[in-house]
Design a protein around this ligand. Structure first.
Ligand code: SF4
Ligand code: SF4
Length: 90
């Protein structure tokens, strides 16, 4: 099963409050920008030299939290109870 098929099995109850906050000013000086490579749903984007982040499609994998080498830049939490991803079975 490829990643697109796996992502199709997910549904979201998107919270209006971001569960992940990114200090995008700190991203300006980041050379590696690993988040661009590890996020399976491309929530991190680099456009015209500026990073942006959207939490809505997050599948809560935690990869960006681990990949970011700049300490406190990614403030990562799970969504509030009742929000976030759930998986379709069957
Ligand atoms: S890896 Fe961290 S500091 Fe670098 S661009 Fe991504 S979120 Fe920003
Ligand atoms: S937790 Fe995973 S899906 Fe969510 S923004 Fe980070 S890398 Fe992307």
């Amino acid at each position: 099963m490829n990643i697109e098929d796996k992502l199709f099995q997910i549904r979201f109850n998107v919270d209006t409050i971001p569960h992940i906050k990114v200090d995008l000013k700190a991203c300006d000086s980041c050379q590696e920008k690993w988040c661009l490579y590890v996020c399976p749903v491309q929530n991190y984007k680099l456009e015209e030299g500026k990073m942006s982040f959207a939490w809505q499609g997050c599948v809560e994998c935690g990869a960006c939290r681990i990949a970011c080498e700049k300490g406190q830049v990614v403030e990562w939490n799970y969504p509030r109870g009742g929000y976030g991803v759930c998986f379709r079975y069957g």
